[in-house]
Design a protein around this ligand. Sequence first.
Ligand SMILES: [Zn+2]
Length: 160
Amino acid sequence: MIYFIALLDIYGQHLGYTTITSFFGKRVSPTSGASSNHKGVDIGAPEGSSLIAIADGEITFLDFLGGGGYTLTLTTENYKFTYCHISPQFLVKEGDYVSQGQIIAIVGPKNVYGVIGNPYKDANGNPTNGATTGPHLHLGMRDIKTNEYLDALTLFPELF
Ligand SMILES: [Zn+2]
């Protein structure tokens, strides 16, 4: 199985953004509420960048999820991929089956409003899209059998 990197750029080009702003594993927490044991990979990209399905699968979660902000889960044959800090303008819905390469979400804004119980705020006191300092994709990957968090970059050794 060949996996697709999750980001297109805003013009729809493949491999638009591949700059890793935070790797998987131990780190200094970049903002209040963000993990010091990073269970994903952060890829810097402007708000509005397209996010594509890494592989064929089913959308199994789509909602605001704490520190992940607006979050989409794509369940494939072997893994669950989570796309965090996405736009609340959803392009798919739970239960949809999507094809590899299909645009399934867009990178969301730093600030989101109207989420009841959202504890995350920036330095100006404005509510944020989960624990985030700016628009990016947090890409999580879990083994579907063990639920263990894995480093998604291991799927793309040629890129990084
Ligand atoms: Zn992250």
